[in-house]
Every structure is written in C-alpha cells, then in structure tokens.
Design a binder for this molecule. Structure first.
Ligand code: C2E
Ligand code: CA
Ligand code: CA
Length: 757
C-alpha cells in the first residue's frame, strides 16, 4: 500500500471538508446570522420606539390633565364665589344696602371653607370697599386694585381682548359681551393665581350690564397645596411649580397666555407606561432572544456537523471510488489521475518515468477452480510482493482482475527497465501457498516509457498494452518495451483477427502432420498435428503469428477443437501411429476441456490410447490441483500427455514430478545448441536421464542434422522430430509415407557424417 498516497488523498479530503464548511458558512450561515441579527435589532427597536411613543402620549395626556385640573380649579373658585356673591341676598347686602358686616362675614367664610387667599369687593365706581386676606397683613388696596384691573375692565366691558399675562378659565368668555362672572389665571402679587370675579346684582339689575355693578373678587394662588391636591387627584408624583425655564430633558407643562408667554410652569414625575412595559417584558425578550440565539447556534452546529459528515462521506466515497475493494490499491481511475500528473511532471522537465503494465497469467484459472476467496487472497499476496519492490514515490495500482500497473521514476534505457521488470517477474512468479493450495502464476509485462514527448495517459496505457501483448506472444514471463513498430503490428493484428475468425468459420484452416520417428530414424512412430492457415491475400501465415492472435482473441478454443477433430479424423487412417495434438493453455484450463476431448474422441471414433496431448509448462500454471485432475481423468481413458518445449519455460522439476506426463519434448533450441554450447549437450544428457528416471519417454524436436541425430541417439532419446525426418505435410503425405516407408528412409547418421567428412 502507499501510505503517502493514502495520506495525500486523506489530506485532500480534509482540505475539501474545510472548504466545504467555509462555503456553507459563507452561503448559508452568514445570511442566516445577518437575518437573525437584523430581526433582533428590529424587535428591540420596535419595542423601544413604541415604549417611547407610549411615554410621549402618556406625557402629553398628563400635561393636558394638569392644565385641565388648574382650569377646573378656576371654575370651582368662581362657582364658590358665585354661590355667595351671586345670590339675591348678596345683591341686597352689597349692592342695594352695603352691609360691611355681611361682606366681612362672607370674606371669612370663603377663606375658611374654600381656602380663597384674597377676597376683595369693588363698588360701582371701581373703588375698593373691602379686602380680606388669609395672610396678614392684608395687601395694600392700591396693589390689589392693580392686579384685579384686568378682570374689572373685562366685566365692565372696557376690554377688546385679554392683555398679556392672563389666561381665560372660561373658554367662552367674550370681552365684548361680558357676562356677570369671569375667572382668569394671572400673576397676583407676584404669584400665579386664579382670579375669579362676580358682578353683584339681581337679574333685573344686571340685564343692562355690569357697568354700575359692585364686583366681588376671589383670588386663589396656584400654590404647592393646590398642586399637591391636583397631583393626588391625577396620581402624578411630585407635581410642583418651578420658576426657571426648563432644561430640554425635563418634563414640564406651561400655562401660557394668548401670546404663548408662560404664566406658570409645572413639573412632575411623569408615568412611563412604555418604559414599564419594556421593563416588564425585557426579561421575556431577553429569554426569547437567548433562546433564539441558542437555536441559531444549534442550527449552525447541526449544519457544521452535517457538512462534516457529508465531507467524510465524500472522502470515503472518493476513497472507494479510487481504490480496489479487494487489495486496497489505487484503481484504474486513481492510476489514470496519477499517470496524468507524472506525464505533466516529466514534460515539465522532471526525471523520466515508466509504466509497467503487469498481466498475471492463470489468475482467472485460480479464481474459477479454487473460488473467489482464494483468488482474492492471491491478489493480496501479489499486492504485497509488488509493494515490497516499490520505492518511495512509485505507485502500484490494480487495473482489473489480473492486471496491475506500476508507475515508477526510472532511467529509460532498456537495461534498467528490464532489470526492474525482472525483479517484478521474480517476485510475482515465486510459488504461493494459500489455504494449503500450491499456486504458481506467471506474469507478463508491457513497458511504456514516459518522456517529454508523451502526450496523455491514454497513449501511455495503449503503448504499455501493446508491449504487454508482445511480451505474452514472445512466451510468457517476459517484459517487452514499447516501440513505434508495435503500432503497425496492432492494426495488422486486428485485421488478421477478423480474417482468422472467418477462416475458422469457413473451414479455411488445414492441419499439417510432421512425422515423429524412432531413435534410429528409420520408423515413423507418430505424427504431430500442426495448424496451417493459407490467407486468401497474404498467403501462408505461420502459426507463430496466428496462434497468439487466436489466443488473445479467444478464437483458440474453436481452433483447438477444430484441430483435435481434424487430427482424430485423419489419424483413423494411421492405425499404428500416435497422433499428437497441441493444446493451448486457454483450452486446457476450461472446465469443459475433458468433456470436449471425450466427446470428440467419441464423435470421430478415434482410439483414445493413440491420442497424445502436448502441453507446455505455462498450461499448468495456476491451480496445480485441477490441472492434475484433468490430466488424470483423460489418462484414465488412455490419452497420453507430452510436456512440450521443455527447457524454455521454468524447466521446473516440479512439473515433471508432479504431473503424470508420459513424454518430454526437448525444445529445438537445445537441439540447435548442442554443437555450439557444451553445456547444452550436458543439459540434454541430464534431461534424458531425468526423463528416463521418471519413467518418461524423451523426444527431441527440431532435429535437422546427422550430428544432432547422432548425439541425441547416443544420449538415449527415444524418438525424434525434425526436418531431417520430414517436414510437416499433408495427411496424404503421411499416407504415402506409410505405404512406402523405404522411399522416405533416412540414412544412418554415422554413415552420413563419415561420407561428408
Ligand atoms: P511446436 O508445438 O513446438 O511445434 C513444432 C514446431 O517446430 C512446428 O512449427 C514445426 O514446423 C517446427 N519444426 C519441426 N521440425 C523442425 C526443424 O527441424 N527445424 C525447425 N526450424 N523447425 C521445425 P510450426 O508448425 O510453425 O508451429 C509453431 C508452433 O505453433 C508450435 O510449436 C505450436 O506451439 C504452435 N501450434 C501449431 N499448431 C498448433 C495447434 O494446432 N494448436 C496449438 N495450440 N498450437 C499450435
Ligand atoms: Ca508441439
Ligand atoms: Ca515443441
């Protein structure tokens, strides 16, 4: 696993979580916060302004009430005065027959019962007849005369309008038509006072006016006592008169004259219903706001958690989307992204890099026969081995079922690349022991170099894929490096693939037969069936070209069955010969392989004991148990097995010992090397004695020269195959050869060599 990579992915997700939350905060939380703050401010402002408004209304109402109460006092003083002076008795005692004693009496009476401060009587000639005052001494008559002048002139009808400093208590007073009474608010001896006046006389006496009537005045000061009384009545605290003009913040009401000049000012503690309401609801508002704030906080916290949970989920999803569920390696998508990055780095001047595209041979086989749990375990093992050979910044990814890929920074020369590939192959191909199963798989590798000219990841992957194809065709467990010629190869191959398909469908293939002879070379003991394809345009195409195409495209299954049937049909004519048929790994590993062979034997009525199936080592890779089982089942009906191309693959003793082969075919490359490499000769010797030791027959392939023949015969090889004894030919050639063996006889190698020298 790539901890660095994982960390990077985790890091990215952390970052994305933060930015997601930031985005949410800007797009949602901020507006919500602003709305909530504005709402709170609005509520507070609304409460405060309506409270203030209520206070203002209440204040102006109280102002009005005070003025009304003073005015009411004026009316009351007038009524009290009128109740004594306005009576017929009063007219008799003051106007008709001035009675000083009675006048004195009512003066005292008004002061005692109604608290009038000054009572004065003026006769028809405007002369003051008497003055009664609560305070002693009585004020001077001249002073009183001055202060009552306005009321006097008013009642006498001498005024056009009220003069400055006076305010009419009776709103209906008309100076041009004065009634018998009046009441004014004015200054009296320096103090604000109510000055009430009543013209004395009977109804008849007053009908012609007040001009001649005596007038009684009652003055009542607007003093602290009156204000206290009014305050109590109106329930206004601390109502009192003030002298100096008010400061702007004071609660004050004024009694002013017609011109607006103040006569008296009052102040009091106004009732503040608004403020009281605010004070009483403030705790509830505070609780509501706190609740609101809490709610907002909870919503924000919830949103934050949700955003985090989403981000976590996203990171997890991203990890899942980018990684293989079985082995935890980055998957194809992740690999593609990384590859693009690396290509970008290399193009930007970074060190060269390469992609190693690894294909496991026989993994599918393991999966099919041993089950997916074992297959998964195998993938895990491969993963571990691959990870172990990686360096710091390398990336290993699983691209598909049995496909892995590695991106590594490395030199781009073929020596370095092959060295890395070699390490990979060695690691992957070492045997696995999983749940008691012995498993061997192979690996082919396609290498694509990333250099400054590399375009994109799709190109690099395509190159690696082409190189992989080449590696597989050149024999498995190999690595090939992509070169430009492979591109042309690929399109060629695609065309051939279609044509081959046609050929198989339309009986366009043929089977050639190459004789297999005994050690002395004088007797044909068998034939090997070899596929032939004459392309309608390109002519004869060698199996080394079309067999890999068939294997890659899956056509090999049909091709193999066709060959097996053809060989069985033709082989019926050669009753004493073994007929050898090549079996591709893909064919052999199919679960119905044994059934197919049995069916064809039955259909063609061919003797199973004369059939020899040639397998290569790579056919057996993968699940050794099922391979062995298939062989045993076919051996049970008499079919024989030859291990083909021995010496080119693993040449592992394991295969020889473990599998019930009847024959070992020494690869032609060894035969060719006999004369040139001394150890090749030694190896052939060893192989022959090994085969013999294991009870197997040994066949040498590709025998062309009498020297090879001589050597192999001396080494103890049982049978031989090669151009020296006959090239692959038509079935009719074998017929002819069987009919006249003498015509085809090969000379004794010793004689031939002697002759030549
Ligand atoms: P192979 O099974 O090793 O077959 C032997 C190959 O050696 C044949 O090549 C044969 O023509 C060639 N050969 C025989 N004697 C000599 C010799 O003295 N000198 C030289 N240089 N070559 C000799 P061929 O027919 O081209 O087939 C190549 C390979 O294609 C076969 O190798 C086999 O692996 C595969 N093949 C051919 N036919 C079939 C088939 O029907 N099924 C499968 N699965 N593979 C086939
Ligand atoms: Ca063969
Ligand atoms: Ca062979």
């Amino acid at each position: 696993m790539q901890p660095a990579l994982q960390q990077r992915i985790a890091g990215e997700s952390n970052g994305s979580r933060r930015s997601r939350w930031d985005r949410a905060r800007v797009s949602l939380v901020l507006p919500i916060g602003v709305i909530v703050a504005v709402a709170i401010v609005c509520v507070v402002v609304a409460v405060l302004t309506s409270a203030q408004r209520a206070d203002e209304v209440s204040f102006s109402r109280e102002q009005q009430l005070i003025r009304q109460a003073i005015s009411d006092n004026g009316v009351r003083v007038l009524r009290q005065l009128d109740s004594v002076a306005g009576t017929p008795h009063g007219a008799a005692a003051i106007r008709d027959n001035y009675d000083p004693q009675w006048v004195n009496h009512i003066g005292e009476w008004l002061q005692t019962y109604f608290n009038h401060d000054v009572v004065a009587v003026v006769d028809g000639a405007d002369q003051i007849k008497s003055i009664h005052s609560r305070a002693t001494p009585d004020p001077a008559a001249a002073d009183v005369r001055l202060e009552i002048a306005t009321s006097l002139n008013l009642l006498r009808g001498r005024l056009a309008a009220l003069p400055a400093g006076t305010l009419d208590v009776l709103a209906t007073q008309n100076p041009r038509q004065p009634g018998p009474t009046t009441a004014l608010i004015q200054h009296f001896l320096g103090r604000p006072a109510i000055v009430a006046a009543v013209a004395v006389g009977t109804g008849d006496q007053l009908r012609s006016g007040n001009a001649q009537a005596p007038i009684v005045f009652a003055i009542k000061y607007i003093d602290e006592a009156m204000m206290r009384e009014i305050g109590e009545d109106l329930q206004l605290a601390d109502l009192h008169r003030i002298g100096t003009p008010p400061g702007p913040a004071d609660y004050v009401t004024e009694i002013a004259d017609a011109r607006g000049d103040p006569i008296a000012r009052f102040t009091w503690k106004p009732s503040t219903p608004g403020r009281e309401v605010v004070q009483s609801v403030a705790p509830f508002i505070a609780i509501a706001l706190a609740g609101f704030a809490l709610l907002v906080a909870l919503v924000i916290r919830y949103m934050r958690r949700t955003a985090e949970a989403l981000a976590d989920g996203e990171a997890q999803l991203r990890h899942l989307a980018m990684h293989d569920p079985v082995c935890g390696l980055p998957n194809r998508i992740c690999f593609g992204e990384r590859l693009e990055t690396v290509i970008g780095e290399v193009r930007g001047g970074g060190p060269s890099a390469a992609v190693f595209y690894i294909d496991l041979d026989h993994f599918k086989d393991v999966n099919d026969t041993l089950g997916h749990p074992i297959g998964d375990e195998l993938i895990l093992n491969v993963t571990q081995r691959l990870s172990r050979i990686l360096r710091g910044n390398d990336l290993v990814a699983r691209l598909g079922g049995d496909e892995f890929a590695i991106i590594t920074i490395c030199a781009s020369d073929s020596y370095s690349l092959q060295a890395i590939a070699g390490r990979i192959i060695t690691a992957v191909c070492a045997p696995y022991l999983i749940n008691g199963h012995n498993i061997i798989i192979g690996a082919s590798i396609g290498i694509a170099v990333i250099d400054r000219r590399s375009r994109d990841s799709a190109d690099i992957l395509r190159y690696a894929d082409m190189a992989l194809y080449r590696a597989k065709n050149e024999g498995r467990n190999r690595a090939c490096i992509y070169d430009a010629a492979m591109d042309a190869d690929l399109s060629n191959r695609k065309l051939l693939e279609g044509d081959l398909h046609q050929a198989i469908q339309n009986d366009g293939l043929r089977s050639a037969y190459q004789p297999i002879v005994n050690a002395s070379g004088d007797k044909v003991i068998g034939v090997e069936a070899l596929a032939r394809w004459a392309h309608p345009k390109l002519g004869e195409i060698p199996p080394s070209e079309f067999i890999p195409i068939a294997e890659h495209s899956g056509l090999i299954i049909e091709l193999g069955e066709w060959m097996l049937r053809r060989a069985c049909l033709d082989g019926r004519d050669w009753p004493n010969l073994m007929v050898a048929v090549n079996v591709s790994p893909l064919q052999f590993r199919r679960s119905d392989f044994v059934d197919v062979v049995e069916r064809i034997l039955k259909e063609t009525n061919f003797d199973a004991t004369r059939l020899e199936l040639e397998l290569t080592e790579s056919t057996l890779l993968g699940n050794l148990e099922t391979a062995e089982l298939s062989m045993l089942r076919l051996k049970a009906i008499g079919v024989r097995f030859a291990l083909d191309d021995f010496g080119t693959g693993y040449s592992s003793l394991l295969y020889l010992r473990r599998f019930p082969f009847d024959k070992l075919k020494i690869d032609s490359s060894f035969v060719r090397a006999i004369e040139k490499a001394p150890d090749a000769a030694a190896i052939v010797h060893a192989v022959v004695s090994l085969g013999r030791g294991l009870g197997m027959k040994v066949t040498a392939e590709g025998v062309e020269t009498p020297e090879q023949h001589l050597f192999l015969r001396a080494a103890g090889v049982h049978s031989m195959q090669g151009y020296r004894f006959g090239r692959p030919g038509l079935a009719s050639d074998i017929d002819a050869r069987l009919a006249t063996p003498e015509a085809y006889r090969v000379g004794s190698p010793d004689e031939e060599i002697a002759l030549a020298s």
